[in-house]
Design a protein around this ligand. Sequence first.
Ligand code: SF4
Length: 65
Amino acid sequence: MSIKRVWRGDSVNTCVACKICQSFAPRVFKVFDKMIVMPNVDYIKYENEILEAVESCPTGIIKID
Ligand code: SF4
């Protein structure tokens, strides 16, 4: 898989700011009151960490293409 796009898809559930995603991939995810996806990141370089974050997010709102 080559990840081209990462975003917060919280239309149903919402981010609870637990910072799990940031702990896996701090170059990709930053959490303040909610998670933001950092711009201009080479997602392919952090693919495993991003996939771990997607699987571990308790609200399932991290989306990837
Ligand atoms: S793991 Fe999910 S709920 Fe937790 S901060 Fe990241 S996006 Fe938000």
